[in-house]
Design a protein around this ligand. Structure first.
Ligand SMILES: Cc1cc2nc3c(=O)[nH]c(=O)nc-3n(C[C@H](O)[C@H](O)[C@H](O)COP(=O)(O)OP(=O)(O)OC[C@H]3O[C@@H](n4cnc5c(N)ncnc54)[C@H](O)[C@@H]3O)c2cc1C
Length: 428
């Protein structure tokens, strides 16, 4: 570390008035102190090793480093190159809840309104006359959720990690009191440690893309359940925008057909499936596909070698994207783990099995509710039986007029019925 970077580093700790005029000798003395402090920090063993630098891994690293824990964030160059290229070209936008927003805001990574469009209304259409509508105006929240541009969010998190001196981004796993596995659904560490992974494929793929619409989206998210397929139009590019992220869950054969079709044919199919409500649409991105599955790890915590481990995010659970809850659940894992670690009694270590089992129990309980509701919706709407079709549309209309039940479901999906993201802690 040279003296200039030592000063920049120290100003990050609030130890020096960055940019101010400092006497040469004083600067040198301070630089020495800071170098000492830096060396002490950097020779201390790692408290936490996080394997996987996706949104869950980076958010967790920032929160834990904000509580003065020393974090190794593992991003092997092979996965980093893949991930950087994949995230820069990710066509998706995520529907994120109030809880996720709080968590990202507290590490200053929440994107500006142009890249986190507030959703004021949501319209869900069944495959008959069934219809359900949610409005932010009927709740006390400023928005039902926010549609967040994925590459923008990833870039913000990567930037924040670069400026956090207690996080070291490294190529290979490091010894630490606690290892958190955030490697996504194909986690090799989970497999290596023999954790049972229960998977049920949905027999559907999600096709995602971005489209420019003739009509402004007016901050309305729309979803159609039709003939076993699920199509979502999510508003992007700020309140005045007419850009939408689409997610279309269809059979693998149809996904391949839609992905390979001409742009004109694709847009025509999209306009038909969305009943022309957005006007003419034009494709402005690649079309990407993902196979869909419901999956959950049997164990979320254990001991390997000298340290304890836990799973978080997609490495612990996967769900269908129909309700836009996968990452919200992953960020709720982050919130719960940070809470468990920062509120621990001083005499318990961050690898204490009691704390980690507490985390596992709390997250599995939450996931049981959300995961099962999500799965039930998918099953209900992909079943072609005519009796079920009539029933689900009748059910949607009953639900629409159900008052308190509808409000409760809306609050759950919005993430406003649970605990606050992180209680009483403000991170740097
Ligand atoms: C089409 C679609 C739409 C979706 N929409 C929404 C939505 O609207 N709202 C929502 O909440 N969720 C949504 N999701 C779910 C969301 O994408 C995931 O839940 C989220 O990306 C999980 O984040 P993660 O960080 O756990 O895993 P990942 O994003 O998979 O990140 C894992 C990281 O670990 C790295 N890695 C892998 N192996 C290793 C290794 N051995 N060592 C080190 N690093 C490794 C990877 O390169 C990657 O960087 C959607 C999913 C799909 C498919």
């Amino acid at each position: 570390m040279d003296e200039v970077s030592v000063e920049i580093f120290a100003s990050g700790f609030g130890l020096l008035p960055f940019g101010g005029k400092t006497h040469c000798l004083m600067a040198l003395v301070r630089a020495r102190i800071c170098r000492g402090f830096y060396n002490v920090c950097m020779t201390r063993p790692f408290d936490i090793c996080i394997r996987g630098a996706g949104i869950v891994g980076r958010t967790l690293a920032l929160h834990l480093a904000g509580t003065q824990l020393r974090v190794a964030l593992i991003a092997p160059s092979a996965t980093t190159t893949e991930t950087t290229a994949a995230s820069a070209s990710d066509v998706r936008a995520y529907a994120l809840s109030q809880l996720s927003r709080q968590l990202l805001e507290s590490v200053r990574c929440w994107p500006d309104v142009q890249h986190a469009t507030p959703v004021l209304a949501m319209q869900v259409h069944g495959d008959g006359d069934g219809k359900v509508a949610f409005n932010a105006a009927d709740t006390s929240a400023e928005a039902l959720n926010w549609i967040v541009d994925v590459p923008v969010l990833e870039a913000r998190l990567a930037e924040a990690v670069r400026y956090q001196p207690l996080i070291e981004v490294m190529e290979s796993p490091q010894p630490a009191t606690l290892t958190v596995v955030c490697e996504g659904r194909a986690s090799s560490t989970r497999e290596e440690w023999g954790v049972q992974w229960d998977v049920t494929p949905y027999g559907q793929w999600a096709l995602a893309a971005r489209v420019q619409c003739a009509n402004a989206h007016a901050q309305v998210a729309r979803q159609w359940f039709s003939e076993g397929e699920i199509l979502a139009f999510l508003p992007m590019d700020g309140p005045q925008g007419n850009l939408c992220a689409i997610v279309w869950s269809v059979s693998p054969e149809r996904a391949q057909m839609l992905q390979g079709s001409s742009t004109d044919d694709f847009c025509e199919a999209l306009e038909l499936a969305s009943h022309g409500v957005s006007g003419a649409v034009s494709l402005v991105s690649d079309r990407k596909v993902w196979s869909l599955q419901q999956a959950q790890a049997r164990r979320w915590t254990g001991v390997a070698g000298q340290g304890a481990w836990v799973l978080a995010g997609d490495a612990a659970h996967n769900m269908h994207p129909l309700a836009g809850q996968g990452l919200n659940m992953g960020l709720a894992d982050v919130a719960e783990l940070v809470r468990a670690l920062t509120e621990r009694p001083y005499w318990r270590s961050v690898g204490d099995p009691k704390l980690l089992r507490q985390y596992e129990r709390a997250r599995k309980a939450d996931l049981a509710v959300m995961g099962q509701a999500n799965d039930a919706l998918q099953q209900l709407f992909t079943n072609p039986h005519p009796a079920l079709q009539a029933m689900r549309n009748w059910g949607m209309n009953r639900f629409e007029s159900s008052g308190p039940i509808k409000q409760w479901v809306a609050r759950r999906a919005m993430g406003t019925s649970g605990k606050p993201a992180i209680q009483g802690k403000k991170h740097s």
